[in-house]
Design a protein around this ligand. Structure first.
Ligand code: FMN
Length: 149
């Protein structure tokens, strides 16, 4: 059975909601899925996963969430060849036009260095996910599952 892991960070709940939509969609597709907060993840988290997903907001003026800093450093050193990855970002491109979705884009670059295969381009959600975003997130999950098949 295909195993997916979603690691997320959320300060005000928007990214947590996104991570729940992702989890529900993996479940609907009969993929075994585990969802963890960033501070629960470590360098072994993705070891037994076929599909690796990061969902993160951006903060500061182009910063990753503090909770993700350790995991980000560890990720860049991992060998995830043979696995599929995807990144979802929540951000605000109107309020932070110069740094929009910085954290998600930095994770996408970090994953590239691990040798994993990108199953979908970075999905950018403006703040919380609306109905249209939910459809995009479902397509994202399907693309990751298809890429692993
Ligand atoms: C202090 C602060 C700084 C932010 N900085 C950025 C930023 O640099 N880039 C961006 O795209 N969004 C930025 N945002 C927007 C948040 O990433 C966005 O509201 C997101 O939905 C928050 O996710 P959460 O509810 O999961 O915590 C910032 C928000 C706050 C409050």
């Amino acid at each position: 059975m295909t195993v997916a892991k979603i690691v997320y960070a959320s300060s005000t709940g928007n990214t947590e909601g996104i991570s729940e939509i992702l989890e529900d969609t993996f479940n609907e597709m009969d993929v075994e899925v585990e969802r963890l907060e960033a501070d629960e993840a470590d360098d072994e988290t993705f070891e037994d996963a076929d599909i690796c997903v990061i969902a993160t907001y951006s903060t500061g003026d182009g910063e990753r969430p503090f909770d993700f800093e350790d995991f980000y450093e560890e990720l860049t050193d991992l060998d995830l060849a043979g696995k599929v990855f995807g990144v979802v970002g929540s951000g605000d491109s109107k309020l932070y036009p110069d740094h929009s979705f910085f954290a998600a884009l930095s994770f996408d670059e970090a994953f590239e260095k691990t040798g994993a295969t990108r199953g979908h381009e970075v999905v950018k959600i403006e703040n919380d996910a609306d109905d249209a975003d939910e459809e995009i997130l479902k397509e994202f999950v399907k693309a990751l599952v298809d890429a692993k098949a």
